[in-house]
Design a protein around this ligand. Sequence first.
Ligand code: PLP
Length: 717
Amino acid sequence: MGNKPTTYHAASNENLFGTSPKVTEALQHTLARLNSYPIPDAAELRAAIAQKLGVGAGEIVIGSGSAELISLLVRAFCGPASAASILSLAPSYPLYRMEAQALQVPFRVVPLTSSYQVDTDALLAKIDATTRLCFLCNPNNPTGTYLPQQELERILRHLPPHVILVVDEAYVEYVTAPDYGDALAFLHQYPNLVVLRTFSKAYGLASLRIGYMVAREELIQQLLQVKQPYNVNQLAQVAALAALNDDGFLHQTLRATLAGKAHLEQALQRLGIQYWPSQGNFLLLDAGIKADVIYGHLLRHGIQARQTEDAYTLRITIGQEEHQSHLIYMLENLLNPTNLCQQHPLLAQVVETGTTLQEASAEEAAGAIERLAAAASTQNDAQGRIALAFARAFAARNQKASQHAGNLYSSTYGMMDMIAAFNVLVNATPLVTFGHRFANHLILSAIADANAVYLLDLGIGSGLQWFHLMEQLAARPQGAPALHLTGIDIPAAEGKPDQRLRETGMRLQQQAERLGIAFTYTCIATKLEDFDLTSLSINPEQALVINSALTLHHIPDQLVTEPDLRDQVLYQIKALRPRVFTLTEPDSEHNKLDYLPRLRESLRHYHTVFDVLDTLLPPDMPERQVIEQEFFGREIINVVSCEGSRRVERHERNEAWQRRLVRTGFRPVQHPDLAPVLAEELQLHSEFSLVPNGAGYTLYWKGTNIIASTAWVADGN
Ligand SMILES: *Cc1c(COP(=O)(O)O)cnc(C)c1O
């Protein structure tokens, strides 16, 4: 903890503009009567709220904070004898999970999409016979995003009668979106609806603990059976009544909050920190660097932020202007230059040049890019080489006519150069082989008892992974199963679209013959999103496994297309019910971030990769030039210079992939600790580490995550 006092408590979404003076005044009278019990069930306050909302007083329960009501709901409807489970969203308010865990009620979540929207279909699909309570926070904490009226109604319409929908509207007073789904409007149409509200946020009474729920009387009666009559103290009741009657203070709060939000948003845009449009009195931030770094820095300077369940996002409560200005100054201080840039001035120049592209004329920007390229060419190390790659990317962005968009495999180098470079990457670094080896372990154990195997590889490339798998299969005591491999990859830009794929098949055929494995091969030259995986004819006697390495991030998601094609492919994989689905992806975020935070993120990611290459490969190796400026340089150009559908390098962080897989109905495959085995097989340099990520491992270099490999099965398999 910092030794300076906290001047800006931005962690709990309290009303940082204070409390109504009418409240303090009303409390004076009650202070003289502390010897009396409070009014049971807060009858007077209930009548006032009922009148304001146009509902019956019997449809309201007051709680010691809405937190108490959340706890009572779980106790009333998910009792120990029931087989009930609770459903909610992720990321969302952590108390739902905590209350479920406290009463040992199974708790399941439907992750939000990459833009933090509710996937209504996924939510409805996740409801089963055990689902008793479904908590929806609207607007959602910590994302600030909201469920529109139409979607709320769709959920209510499809809700089975055994499910109670609890809509937590802790921030409803702040909402300005015209299509916001006000749950109260549906109260009399749908019997299983509960609305939670609180006096802790816009009304400024967090310390007194008071909130309320609105629902039909039958539900209220059930809740009252677990509620104590004196659960809300008299000071809180009196204060809430006074607050409810002070519209002037509420409006003042809303005005100050909207102005504060606009002020903070403007600064975040300038600093290149991503935030999501928020309907609450808070913003969720992602600066493209780990949230705990920012969190610690702010704390040391008197600002208490809130970390979330996501390692890169941080939540900040809208506050007084001078506090926010201090926050903005501290963020600027940390990010510009970033930590990385403090160690390496050339990297600071990369960020500065990238920022110039936003602010200066194309001519000025061209000058800055030239200066960057000149400075980069004097330094033949990881920093010099990465700076050169970024200078090329900036030039492409500045010309607004990048030829590299969407054209992944075109090259200024010949095919043989590319193959030689790929071989170096494979043999001298674990960047490619790490995913292969992890996946192959999981595949081997999934097909241990199979006599016939159908292997579907989405993005087969040179098929390298399968040479190793075949050796492992041939070495099994029971011998190798009959193996069918279907390889999918994007069509070649020139010549026959599937020629490369067929050559891969021929080499694999030779390997199979050498090892005496019965082997058949099919190849399909297509973009994954243009193909229906469920149209493949797979014999049910064949054990199916599906693999994808460094491929799925090319598929656009709902940030680019409607419907979400990335989810669609996952749904198809799920429909095929493979024994295992193995996924390897770079652990970086080049999908949901805007240009400046994405620039910072990509610099972190590719600098780490270039540092690996700088350590493991000799500087003058010709193949290294191809790897850096062609393999990775081409990605950098696409990430930095392309927006919308032209950006095809849409990596997502491992935690985002995990949320996506859970949302689309997968769960991680249990496996023994493979880290020591993998480290041995891959002969990992001592600066690498393998960190379990909940579904597999993430490969780290000098403490920075690079690549993650995970294994999944369809839920219910
Ligand atoms: C702050 C908050 C609450 C309020 O809790 P109280 O117990 O009423 O203070 C409830 N739900 C969400 C989502 C919140 O953010």
